[in-house]
Design a protein around this ligand. Sequence first.
Ligand code: 4AD
Ligand code: MG
Length: 431
Amino acid sequence: MAFIKDIGVYLGEEVELKGWAYNFRSSGKIFFLQLRDGSGRVQVVYSNASIPEDQWNALQTLRIESSVVVHGKVKEDSRSPSGFELDGVSFEIVQLAGEEYPISKKEHGPDFLLDERHLWLRSERQWAILRVRDRIITSTYEWMHENGFVKFDTPILTPTSCEGTTELFEMDYFDDGVKAYLAQSGQLYLEAGIMSLGRAFDFGPVFRAEKSKTRRHLTEFWMMDAEAAFVEHDENMKIQEELIVRIVKDVLEKNSSELKVLERDIEPLKKVLAPFVRLTHVQAIEKLRGLGSDIGDRADLGADDETLLTQQFDRPIFIEKYPAEVKAFYMKRDPNAPNLVLNNDLLAPEGYGEIIGGSQREDDLDTLLQRMKEHNLPLEPFEWYVDLRRFGSVPHSGFGFGLERIVGWICGLHHVRETIPFPRMINRLKP
Ligand code: 4AD
Ligand code: MG
Protein backbone atom coordinates (compact mmCIF):
# COMPACT_ATOMS: atom_id res chain seq x y z
CA MET A 1 0.00 0.00 0.00
CA ALA A 2 1.24 3.51 -0.85
CA PHE A 3 0.28 6.91 0.58
CA ILE A 4 -0.90 9.75 -1.60
CA LYS A 5 1.70 12.12 -0.16
CA ASP A 6 4.46 9.92 -1.68
CA ILE A 7 2.73 9.36 -4.98
CA GLY A 8 5.43 11.07 -7.07
CA VAL A 9 7.94 8.40 -6.05
CA TYR A 10 5.87 5.84 -7.97
CA LEU A 11 5.65 7.73 -11.25
CA GLY A 12 4.96 5.25 -14.04
CA GLU A 13 4.28 2.40 -11.63
CA GLU A 14 1.10 0.78 -10.42
CA VAL A 15 0.21 1.46 -6.77
CA GLU A 16 -2.42 0.41 -4.29
CA LEU A 17 -4.16 3.20 -2.36
CA LYS A 18 -6.65 2.81 0.48
CA GLY A 19 -8.93 5.62 1.51
CA TRP A 20 -12.27 7.36 1.09
CA ALA A 21 -14.21 8.67 -1.90
CA TYR A 22 -14.68 12.33 -1.18
CA ASN A 23 -16.19 13.11 -4.53
CA PHE A 24 -16.77 11.62 -7.97
CA ARG A 25 -18.38 12.28 -11.31
CA SER A 26 -19.02 10.23 -14.37
CA SER A 27 -19.27 11.04 -18.03
CA GLY A 28 -20.66 7.80 -19.33
CA LYS A 29 -17.54 5.89 -20.23
CA ILE A 30 -15.13 7.71 -17.91
CA PHE A 31 -15.35 7.83 -14.11
CA PHE A 32 -13.44 10.42 -12.08
CA LEU A 33 -12.90 9.40 -8.47
CA GLN A 34 -11.56 11.91 -5.94
CA LEU A 35 -9.72 9.89 -3.35
CA ARG A 36 -8.31 10.96 0.00
CA ASP A 37 -6.27 8.75 2.29
CA GLY A 38 -5.42 11.06 5.19
CA SER A 39 -2.04 11.94 3.74
CA GLY A 40 -3.40 13.77 0.69
CA ARG A 41 -5.86 13.83 -2.19
CA VAL A 42 -5.61 12.51 -5.74
CA GLN A 43 -7.85 11.86 -8.70
CA VAL A 44 -8.24 8.33 -10.08
CA VAL A 45 -9.57 8.10 -13.64
CA TYR A 46 -11.32 4.91 -14.78
CA SER A 47 -12.58 4.07 -18.23
CA ASN A 48 -15.05 1.25 -18.63
CA ALA A 49 -12.69 -0.45 -21.02
CA SER A 50 -9.82 -0.57 -18.52
CA ILE A 51 -11.36 -2.40 -15.54
CA PRO A 52 -13.45 -5.57 -15.15
CA GLU A 53 -17.17 -5.09 -15.68
CA ASP A 54 -18.21 -5.95 -12.11
CA GLN A 55 -15.80 -3.28 -10.80
CA TRP A 56 -17.12 -0.75 -13.30
CA ASN A 57 -20.62 -1.56 -12.04
CA ALA A 58 -19.47 -1.16 -8.43
CA LEU A 59 -18.21 2.31 -9.32
CA GLN A 60 -21.70 3.24 -10.51
CA THR A 61 -23.09 2.45 -7.03
CA LEU A 62 -20.49 4.54 -5.20
CA ARG A 63 -21.53 7.07 -2.55
CA ILE A 64 -19.65 9.97 -0.96
CA GLU A 65 -17.32 8.94 1.88
CA SER A 66 -17.41 5.22 1.11
CA SER A 67 -14.16 3.50 1.99
CA VAL A 68 -12.36 2.03 -1.00
CA VAL A 69 -9.21 0.29 -2.25
CA VAL A 70 -7.89 1.23 -5.68
CA HIS A 71 -5.04 0.22 -7.94
CA GLY A 72 -3.79 2.55 -10.59
CA LYS A 73 -0.84 3.68 -12.62
CA VAL A 74 0.72 6.98 -11.53
CA LYS A 75 1.08 9.63 -14.20
CA GLU A 76 1.88 13.32 -14.19
CA ASP A 77 -0.99 15.77 -14.39
CA SER A 78 -0.28 19.46 -14.37
CA ARG A 79 -3.86 20.43 -13.44
CA SER A 80 -3.93 18.45 -10.19
CA PRO A 81 -2.70 20.13 -6.99
CA SER A 82 -0.42 17.18 -6.26
CA GLY A 83 0.88 17.18 -9.85
CA PHE A 84 -0.19 13.56 -10.31
CA GLU A 85 -3.18 11.47 -11.19
CA LEU A 86 -3.89 7.73 -11.39
CA ASP A 87 -5.05 5.68 -14.34
CA GLY A 88 -7.35 3.30 -12.47
CA VAL A 89 -6.91 -0.42 -13.07
CA SER A 90 -9.00 -1.84 -10.24
CA PHE A 91 -11.61 -0.69 -7.75
CA GLU A 92 -13.05 -2.26 -4.62
CA ILE A 93 -15.51 -0.92 -2.05
CA VAL A 94 -14.59 -1.68 1.59
CA GLN A 95 -17.81 -0.22 2.95
CA LEU A 96 -20.51 1.48 0.96
CA ALA A 97 -21.47 4.65 2.83
CA GLY A 98 -25.07 5.41 3.74
CA GLU A 99 -27.17 7.29 1.24
CA GLU A 100 -27.21 10.83 2.60
CA TYR A 101 -23.82 12.01 3.74
CA PRO A 102 -24.87 14.82 6.08
CA ILE A 103 -22.23 17.30 4.92
CA SER A 104 -22.66 18.45 1.35
CA LYS A 105 -21.08 21.05 -0.84
CA LYS A 106 -23.69 23.64 0.12
CA GLU A 107 -23.09 26.13 2.94
CA HIS A 108 -23.83 24.78 6.40
CA GLY A 109 -24.18 26.86 9.57
CA PRO A 110 -21.53 26.51 12.31
CA ASP A 111 -23.93 24.81 14.76
CA PHE A 112 -24.85 22.14 12.23
CA LEU A 113 -21.20 21.51 11.42
CA LEU A 114 -20.27 21.32 15.11
CA ASP A 115 -23.04 18.77 15.68
CA GLU A 116 -21.50 16.77 12.82
CA ARG A 117 -17.95 17.41 14.03
CA HIS A 118 -17.05 13.69 13.87
CA LEU A 119 -17.69 13.83 10.10
CA TRP A 120 -16.76 17.47 9.51
CA LEU A 121 -13.19 16.56 10.53
CA ARG A 122 -12.87 14.78 7.16
CA SER A 123 -13.35 17.94 5.11
CA GLU A 124 -10.28 19.40 3.48
CA ARG A 125 -10.17 22.59 5.55
CA GLN A 126 -10.47 20.70 8.82
CA TRP A 127 -7.84 18.22 7.64
CA ALA A 128 -5.49 21.12 6.94
CA ILE A 129 -6.10 22.69 10.36
CA LEU A 130 -5.48 19.36 12.14
CA ARG A 131 -2.18 19.01 10.34
CA VAL A 132 -1.02 22.54 11.14
CA ARG A 133 -1.96 21.91 14.77
CA ASP A 134 0.18 18.78 14.75
CA ARG A 135 3.10 20.73 13.28
CA ILE A 136 2.83 23.41 15.96
CA ILE A 137 2.89 20.72 18.66
CA THR A 138 5.86 18.98 17.04
CA SER A 139 7.85 22.20 16.58
CA THR A 140 7.17 23.14 20.18
CA TYR A 141 8.52 19.83 21.46
CA GLU A 142 11.54 20.13 19.18
CA TRP A 143 12.40 23.68 20.19
CA MET A 144 11.87 23.01 23.88
CA HIS A 145 14.07 19.92 23.82
CA GLU A 146 16.77 21.66 21.76
CA ASN A 147 16.85 24.38 24.40
CA GLY A 148 17.20 22.22 27.47
CA PHE A 149 13.58 21.92 28.59
CA VAL A 150 12.42 18.53 29.87
CA LYS A 151 8.79 17.40 29.52
CA PHE A 152 7.24 17.27 32.97
CA ASP A 153 3.63 16.11 33.25
CA THR A 154 1.60 18.17 35.68
CA PRO A 155 -1.63 16.90 37.28
CA ILE A 156 -5.11 17.75 36.08
CA LEU A 157 -6.87 17.06 39.40
CA THR A 158 -5.63 19.63 41.87
CA PRO A 159 -6.57 20.89 45.36
CA THR A 160 -5.94 24.55 44.46
CA SER A 161 -6.43 27.11 41.72
CA CYS A 162 -3.56 28.58 39.70
CA GLU A 163 -5.26 31.49 37.97
CA GLY A 164 -7.95 32.62 40.42
CA THR A 165 -11.20 31.02 41.44
CA THR A 166 -13.76 32.52 39.09
CA GLU A 167 -13.25 30.03 36.26
CA LEU A 168 -12.69 26.83 38.23
CA PHE A 169 -14.34 23.48 37.65
CA GLU A 170 -15.01 21.97 41.05
CA MET A 171 -15.76 18.39 42.00
CA ASP A 172 -16.65 16.32 45.04
CA TYR A 173 -14.96 12.95 45.10
CA PHE A 174 -12.09 12.89 47.53
CA ASP A 175 -12.35 11.83 51.18
CA ASP A 176 -13.15 14.24 54.00
CA GLY A 177 -15.10 16.59 51.76
CA VAL A 178 -11.90 17.92 50.16
CA LYS A 179 -12.80 19.73 46.96
CA ALA A 180 -10.85 19.00 43.79
CA TYR A 181 -10.49 21.32 40.82
CA LEU A 182 -9.57 20.75 37.20
CA ALA A 183 -6.24 22.41 36.43
CA GLN A 184 -6.28 25.85 34.76
CA SER A 185 -2.51 25.68 34.15
CA GLY A 186 0.27 23.37 35.29
CA GLN A 187 2.50 26.28 36.24
CA LEU A 188 2.69 25.90 40.01
CA TYR A 189 3.68 22.24 39.67
CA LEU A 190 6.22 23.09 36.99
CA GLU A 191 7.86 25.42 39.49
CA ALA A 192 8.49 22.32 41.60
CA GLY A 193 9.71 20.48 38.49
CA ILE A 194 12.42 22.99 37.62
CA MET A 195 13.98 22.72 41.05
CA SER A 196 14.82 19.17 39.94
CA LEU A 197 15.27 19.62 36.18
CA GLY A 198 16.34 23.25 35.74
CA ARG A 199 14.04 23.80 32.77
CA ALA A 200 10.75 22.02 32.20
CA PHE A 201 7.51 22.20 30.23
CA ASP A 202 4.12 20.57 30.23
CA PHE A 203 1.68 20.30 27.35
CA GLY A 204 -1.86 19.14 27.87
CA PRO A 205 -5.50 19.98 28.39
CA VAL A 206 -6.52 22.61 30.94
CA PHE A 207 -9.99 23.70 31.93
CA ARG A 208 -11.67 27.02 32.49
CA ALA A 209 -15.29 27.51 33.35
CA GLU A 210 -15.46 30.52 31.05
CA LYS A 211 -18.77 32.30 31.43
CA SER A 212 -18.29 34.25 28.24
CA LYS A 213 -18.94 33.11 24.71
CA THR A 214 -16.23 34.65 22.59
CA ARG A 215 -14.35 33.53 19.52
CA ARG A 216 -11.18 33.15 21.62
CA HIS A 217 -12.42 31.10 24.57
CA LEU A 218 -12.79 27.38 25.00
CA THR A 219 -13.75 25.55 28.17
CA GLU A 220 -11.17 22.83 27.57
CA PHE A 221 -8.02 23.85 25.72
CA TRP A 222 -4.39 22.82 25.42
CA MET A 223 -1.71 24.80 27.17
CA MET A 224 2.03 24.53 26.97
CA ASP A 225 3.53 25.88 30.19
CA ALA A 226 7.29 26.42 30.28
CA GLU A 227 9.36 27.25 33.34
CA ALA A 228 13.08 27.91 33.80
CA ALA A 229 15.33 28.32 36.84
CA PHE A 230 17.71 31.30 36.94
CA VAL A 231 15.81 32.99 34.11
CA GLU A 232 14.56 36.51 34.74
CA HIS A 233 11.90 38.61 33.06
CA ASP A 234 13.83 39.77 29.95
CA GLU A 235 15.24 36.37 29.15
CA ASN A 236 11.78 34.88 29.65
CA MET A 237 10.50 37.06 26.81
CA LYS A 238 13.45 36.09 24.61
CA ILE A 239 12.55 32.44 25.05
CA GLN A 240 8.94 33.13 24.02
CA GLU A 241 10.09 35.13 21.01
CA GLU A 242 12.43 32.42 19.74
CA LEU A 243 9.83 29.70 20.21
CA ILE A 244 7.12 31.58 18.30
CA VAL A 245 9.50 32.53 15.47
CA ARG A 246 10.47 28.87 15.14
CA ILE A 247 6.87 27.63 15.11
CA VAL A 248 5.83 30.07 12.38
CA LYS A 249 8.94 29.33 10.31
CA ASP A 250 8.28 25.57 10.51
CA VAL A 251 4.63 25.88 9.50
CA LEU A 252 5.57 28.10 6.54
CA GLU A 253 8.21 25.59 5.45
CA LYS A 254 6.39 22.33 6.08
CA ASN A 255 2.70 23.12 5.74
CA SER A 256 2.53 25.36 2.70
CA SER A 257 -0.06 23.15 1.02
CA GLU A 258 -2.27 23.21 4.12
CA LEU A 259 -2.01 27.01 4.29
CA LYS A 260 -3.02 27.11 0.63
CA VAL A 261 -6.10 24.98 1.34
CA LEU A 262 -6.97 27.44 4.11
CA GLU A 263 -6.40 30.37 1.73
CA ARG A 264 -4.15 31.86 4.38
CA ASP A 265 -2.33 35.00 3.26
CA ILE A 266 1.21 34.05 4.24
CA GLU A 267 2.77 37.51 3.83
CA PRO A 268 1.92 38.57 7.41
CA LEU A 269 3.31 35.26 8.71
CA LYS A 270 6.61 35.85 6.90
CA LYS A 271 7.00 39.04 8.95
CA VAL A 272 6.96 37.16 12.25
CA LEU A 273 10.63 37.70 13.01
CA ALA A 274 12.62 38.84 16.04
CA PRO A 275 12.62 41.33 17.59
CA PHE A 276 8.94 41.54 18.46
CA VAL A 277 7.44 44.87 19.48
CA ARG A 278 7.85 45.62 23.19
CA LEU A 279 5.48 47.96 25.01
CA THR A 280 5.02 48.48 28.71
CA HIS A 281 1.47 48.46 29.98
CA VAL A 282 1.74 52.24 30.45
CA GLN A 283 2.82 52.70 26.83
CA ALA A 284 0.07 50.37 25.62
CA ILE A 285 -2.59 52.36 27.48
CA GLU A 286 -1.24 55.60 26.04
CA LYS A 287 -1.32 54.17 22.54
CA LEU A 288 -4.82 52.78 22.97
CA ARG A 289 -6.14 56.13 24.21
CA GLY A 290 -4.59 57.77 21.16
CA LEU A 291 -6.54 55.28 19.05
CA GLY A 292 -9.79 56.24 20.72
CA SER A 293 -10.10 53.64 23.49
CA ASP A 294 -11.42 54.74 26.88
CA ILE A 295 -9.39 52.12 28.78
CA GLY A 296 -8.51 53.03 32.39
CA ASP A 297 -4.93 53.63 33.56
CA ARG A 298 -4.62 50.44 35.57
CA ALA A 299 -7.00 48.21 33.63
CA ASP A 300 -6.28 44.85 32.08
CA LEU A 301 -6.54 44.87 28.29
CA GLY A 302 -9.82 43.60 26.85
CA ALA A 303 -10.13 41.70 23.59
CA ASP A 304 -11.09 44.84 21.68
CA ASP A 305 -8.05 46.70 23.00
CA GLU A 306 -5.81 43.82 21.97
CA THR A 307 -7.30 43.76 18.49
CA LEU A 308 -6.85 47.51 18.11
CA LEU A 309 -3.25 47.37 19.24
CA THR A 310 -2.19 44.44 17.06
CA GLN A 311 -3.51 46.22 13.99
CA GLN A 312 -0.85 48.90 14.49
CA PHE A 313 2.15 46.58 14.06
CA ASP A 314 3.02 43.72 11.76
CA ARG A 315 4.96 41.76 14.39
CA PRO A 316 3.76 40.16 17.61
CA ILE A 317 3.65 42.55 20.57
CA PHE A 318 4.92 41.98 24.09
CA ILE A 319 3.06 44.01 26.68
CA GLU A 320 4.95 43.94 29.94
CA LYS A 321 4.73 45.23 33.49
CA TYR A 322 1.02 45.26 34.25
CA PRO A 323 -0.46 46.78 37.40
CA ALA A 324 -0.10 44.16 40.13
CA GLU A 325 -3.78 44.28 41.10
CA VAL A 326 -4.99 42.86 37.75
CA LYS A 327 -2.55 39.93 37.78
CA ALA A 328 -1.94 36.69 39.72
CA PHE A 329 -0.45 36.37 43.21
CA TYR A 330 2.70 34.56 42.11
CA MET A 331 4.08 37.32 39.88
CA LYS A 332 7.21 39.10 41.06
CA ARG A 333 7.02 42.87 41.51
CA ASP A 334 9.16 45.22 39.47
CA PRO A 335 11.91 46.41 41.86
CA ASN A 336 11.79 49.84 40.17
CA ALA A 337 8.00 50.17 40.40
CA PRO A 338 6.58 47.97 43.16
CA ASN A 339 2.97 48.40 42.04
CA LEU A 340 3.82 46.72 38.73
CA VAL A 341 4.67 43.08 38.04
CA LEU A 342 7.44 41.54 35.93
CA ASN A 343 5.03 39.91 33.56
CA ASN A 344 4.22 39.90 29.88
CA ASP A 345 1.41 39.01 27.57
CA LEU A 346 2.24 38.27 23.94
CA LEU A 347 -0.28 39.46 21.36
CA ALA A 348 -0.41 37.88 17.91
CA PRO A 349 -0.69 40.25 14.95
CA GLU A 350 -3.67 40.79 12.61
CA GLY A 351 -6.07 41.27 15.49
CA TYR A 352 -5.63 37.80 17.00
CA GLY A 353 -4.70 39.03 20.47
CA GLU A 354 -3.21 37.24 23.47
CA ILE A 355 -1.49 33.94 22.74
CA ILE A 356 0.89 33.84 25.73
CA GLY A 357 0.84 34.92 29.36
CA GLY A 358 4.04 34.76 31.41
CA SER A 359 6.01 36.29 34.25
CA GLN A 360 8.93 36.13 36.60
CA ARG A 361 7.75 34.44 39.80
CA GLU A 362 8.00 35.70 43.35
CA ASP A 363 10.91 33.72 44.82
CA ASP A 364 11.20 35.30 48.27
CA LEU A 365 9.47 33.36 51.05
CA ASP A 366 8.14 36.27 53.12
CA THR A 367 7.02 38.29 50.11
CA LEU A 368 5.15 35.30 48.68
CA LEU A 369 3.40 34.70 52.01
CA GLN A 370 2.43 38.37 52.05
CA ARG A 371 0.99 38.15 48.51
CA MET A 372 -1.02 35.07 49.40
CA LYS A 373 -2.50 36.92 52.36
CA GLU A 374 -3.42 39.84 50.11
CA HIS A 375 -5.15 37.44 47.72
CA ASN A 376 -6.95 35.63 50.59
CA LEU A 377 -5.36 32.32 49.66
CA PRO A 378 -5.43 29.52 52.25
CA LEU A 379 -1.93 28.49 53.33
CA GLU A 380 -2.49 24.78 53.90
CA PRO A 381 -3.11 23.58 50.30
CA PHE A 382 -0.27 25.82 49.05
CA GLU A 383 2.26 24.67 51.70
CA TRP A 384 4.15 22.60 49.15
CA TYR A 385 4.38 25.59 46.80
CA VAL A 386 5.68 27.83 49.58
CA ASP A 387 8.23 25.11 50.43
CA LEU A 388 9.90 25.78 47.07
CA ARG A 389 10.92 29.16 48.56
CA ARG A 390 12.30 27.47 51.68
CA PHE A 391 14.69 25.01 50.06
CA GLY A 392 17.05 26.51 47.51
CA SER A 393 14.78 29.19 46.07
CA VAL A 394 16.08 30.79 42.86
CA PRO A 395 14.93 33.53 40.50
CA HIS A 396 12.75 31.84 37.92
CA SER A 397 10.26 32.65 35.19
CA GLY A 398 7.86 30.97 32.83
CA PHE A 399 4.92 31.34 30.52
CA GLY A 400 1.98 29.46 29.08
CA PHE A 401 0.76 29.45 25.50
CA GLY A 402 -2.74 28.62 24.37
CA LEU A 403 -2.38 26.11 21.53
CA GLU A 404 -5.78 26.86 20.00
CA ARG A 405 -5.11 30.60 19.91
CA ILE A 406 -1.85 29.94 18.05
CA VAL A 407 -3.48 27.51 15.62
CA GLY A 408 -6.29 30.01 15.01
CA TRP A 409 -3.83 32.80 14.29
CA ILE A 410 -1.50 30.82 12.04
CA CYS A 411 -4.37 29.24 10.11
CA GLY A 412 -6.18 32.59 9.88
CA LEU A 413 -9.42 31.33 11.48
CA HIS A 414 -12.17 33.52 12.84
CA HIS A 415 -13.08 31.29 15.81
CA VAL A 416 -11.07 28.91 18.00
CA ARG A 417 -13.79 26.25 17.77
CA GLU A 418 -12.22 24.92 14.55
CA THR A 419 -8.73 24.57 16.04
CA ILE A 420 -9.32 21.53 18.28
CA PRO A 421 -10.81 18.19 17.21
CA PHE A 422 -13.75 18.26 19.61
CA PRO A 423 -14.29 21.77 21.02
CA ARG A 424 -15.89 22.25 24.43
CA MET A 425 -17.62 25.53 25.15
CA ILE A 426 -20.26 26.69 27.60
CA ASN A 427 -22.95 25.68 25.12
CA ARG A 428 -21.25 22.64 23.60
CA LEU A 429 -20.29 19.23 24.96
CA LYS A 430 -21.29 17.14 21.93
CA PRO A 431 -20.15 15.05 20.15
O1 4AD B 1 -2.67 33.96 30.51
P1 4AD B 1 -3.00 32.66 31.17
O2 4AD B 1 -4.21 32.62 32.03
O3 4AD B 1 -1.69 32.24 31.95
C1 4AD B 1 -1.57 31.17 32.81
O4 4AD B 1 -2.40 30.34 33.02
C2 4AD B 1 -0.20 31.05 33.40
N1 4AD B 1 -0.27 30.20 34.61
C3 4AD B 1 0.72 30.44 32.38
C4 4AD B 1 2.15 30.32 32.88
O5 4AD B 1 2.74 31.32 33.22
N2 4AD B 1 2.68 29.12 32.88
O6 4AD B 1 -3.18 31.53 30.04
C5 4AD B 1 -2.14 31.29 29.12
C6 4AD B 1 -2.67 31.28 27.69
C7 4AD B 1 -3.31 32.59 27.26
O7 4AD B 1 -2.33 33.51 26.84
C8 4AD B 1 -4.17 32.14 26.11
O8 4AD B 1 -3.39 31.97 24.94
C9 4AD B 1 -4.62 30.77 26.56
O9 4AD B 1 -3.72 30.33 27.55
N3 4AD B 1 -5.98 30.78 27.10
C10 4AD B 1 -7.06 30.28 26.47
N4 4AD B 1 -7.20 29.69 25.27
C11 4AD B 1 -8.43 29.27 24.92
N5 4AD B 1 -9.51 29.38 25.71
C12 4AD B 1 -9.41 29.96 26.93
N6 4AD B 1 -10.48 30.03 27.70
C13 4AD B 1 -8.15 30.45 27.36
N7 4AD B 1 -7.69 31.04 28.49
C14 4AD B 1 -6.38 31.23 28.30
MG1 MG C 1 -3.51 35.84 30.27
